[in-house]
Design a protein around this ligand. Sequence first.
Ligand code: NAD
Length: 352
Amino acid sequence: MYPFVYQALSQRVVFGSGTIDQVGDELARMELTKALVLTTPQQEETGRQMVSALGNRAAGLFAGAAMHTPVEVTEEALKQVEAIGADCVVAIGGGSTTGLGKAIALRTDLPQIVIPTSYAGSEATPILGETKEGAKTTQRSMGVLPEVIIYDVDLTMSLPAKMTVTSGLNAIAHSVEGLYTKDRNPIISILAQEGIAALARALPVIHHRPDDAQARSDALYGAWACGTVLGAVGMALHHKICHVLGGSFDLPHAETHTVVLAHATAYNERAVARELAPVADIFQSESAASGLWSFARRLDAPMTLAELGMKQSDLDRAAEIMMSNPYWNPQPLAKEDLRGLLDDAFFGRAPG
Ligand code: NAD
């Protein structure tokens, strides 16, 4: 018997194609009339179209969202929230834009409608990571859980194939750790397997045909499942490593998850091979780690920390930061082993 506690999170989820047209109805349902639309600079045009589609329910656009939710950007956006008297935020984009919406909600309690266009999964979690002066801190608070998620497969068609692969592996990482985390439970374990399987099916198709509607739908469905796993249970070594590499060394989020995943999985597979057996099965491999590694390679994903801009001379410091704040992990943490893991990931050696 594995005893468990399961706490369902309260969110409304709309999934489909063309669902972006329902944002106005969702605002009306919640009696919201002054939405601040959020995007990154790269997706500003999508934000403009949303503002125009919402008519007088939109009060403005802030197109300054940035990776790892810098506090200075949040403060800029808050000035606009106040200036226009916004009563909610509508975040359209990847995890960076969702993060900005959550940071605003944390400080104002404004409701959020999130329209995810990548597979990061942040929309389904009560987690907010923020960076200030080069350090990233993460908190869990029900106050940042978005009230409504609108998944529109059409908006994901423009996610470039390369980013689709790394973003999809970022999602898979949530489910891999969700399978062995100490607060796992049967519902979430089923969802984790479902999410990994959907993305394992979809990503190779999208890699060759980025406009394949069925594969895009499978991928977004998988991302929702994996995001829900991340929101429901705790994570371990893999997420800790990526958190440090992103927050302290400014490595790109999804790509870092992509490179580290097989190595962190190999580290933990010694302790939780049984829990990870479904992953090995999905990738038809002898181990979860080798299955994930071969899958990423087959999709031409980045395989080394070096190509993401990590300096070899920073690996010792990275390992120190990772060890400095102890946290739960199924395989006990040893600095030498962790340093070896980082070395393998730096050079892109097969995980072992
Ligand atoms: P991102 O949001 O930074 O997106 C990367 C780039 O892709 C951006 O320029 C964005 O505008 C663009 N983009 C996104 N969707 C697109 C589309 N469909 N078409 C064209 N361009 C598109 O990257 P991400 O990987 O989605 O999110 C990473 C961020 O999310 C990090 O800051 C990470 O910490 C955070 N995150 C948080 C959680 C959480 O639960 N708190 C979970 C996962 C990720």
